[in-house]
Design a protein. Sequence first.
Length: 423
Amino acid sequence: MERNVQRGFPAQAWWAVLVFLAAGCAATQVMEEDDGGGRPDTAGSCGTGGACEGGRECCDGVCVAVQTDPEHCGSCATACPAASSDGCLAGACACGGAAACGAGLSCCAGSGCVDVQQDARNCGACGAACPGDQVCRSGLCVPNPCSCDPGLRCCGTECVNFQDDPANCGSCGHGCAAGQVCALGICVTLECSPACATGLDCCGSRCVNLQSDTTNCGSCGHACDAGEICLMGGCSCGGDTCTAAEACCSDACRNVASDTANCGACNVACDAGERCALGECLCGSTPCADGEVCVGGTTCCPEGAEACGTTCCAAGESCCSGRCVDTSSDFANCGGCGSVCNDVVSDRCAGGSCRCGSAGACRWRGIVVPCLVDDTIGPRMCCSGACVPVNGDNCGRCGNVCASGTCNGSLVPLGDRCLFLCG
């Protein structure tokens, strides 16, 4: 017995073989186990002739759940587009648990399928929300040209209800086809029963005459604006057809985006000096507040105030040469713009009159001869708040003392002044 063991494998070698085989079996088992995520641990787990369990399919050597995998949705070759879907549901691409978005719509988290060219919560891209006072136009946030009540949305310059407006069903410009109505923002087709008589069409569940019905003029859901009538299938305003920017006001089409007498709506008139821009009355580039008026077409001022350049003059002030002045005390505009006080005979403006001290302005010409120097009947000048005669001590200006003691006046005045020189 001892001799036979020595001729075969040693006992230690047999044990090593058994350990190696056991380790190989364990490794094979690990490779074939699922990783819990719908895919096996290795790409070779479902190669040629391989099979996947649990309704999974073998895609490029990997077992995947084609009912829920967005990269292999419904089949190995179908990947869900990220722009129009956010997952795979029952083998079909989905957005927010519903069907994937159609052409022109994007799948945005929390919003579902939206038009990022028009949706203020997702303007230009998902999650890019416009400020509360702006709307989305062509993927850009712009000032809101409408002031809509809650539940209404701004389309162009008109407030509409996306829930039931057949011309803007669910979004601006999304019109329902003939025979459809807008219900909860979706165009649906209803049928009239019994069938409509000749000359009538079925709109929703009602038979109407598309040639004369103002709520279904020319086609179902096409409503005429206030003041219009439906004539031969077209909305008419005094015989004219108003454009999208116009409204029918007093039997005439008016552009409510620019008409100062019908700004934003019929019979909404802008105040004097204001202009109408995008349906809003503006003074220059801004609207005036309550209690303000538009002065000069550029500046909003309190009622009764005067505009002066880009500012408003206070009560009692006047605009003189581009600045606000008090003409009751302004020396260069005393009593009115451009009325300059003569600084020879006056030293201040008070109560709109030129004065010398507390008295009136001095006489600038003599009683008999205008420029005759004489203490009694000659011209006077204002010095230190008092009228003094022109003489050798004050020759032409206060304190101008003539060395000769003699002051002579010109033969005739120069304008409203005399010329005085020492003799």
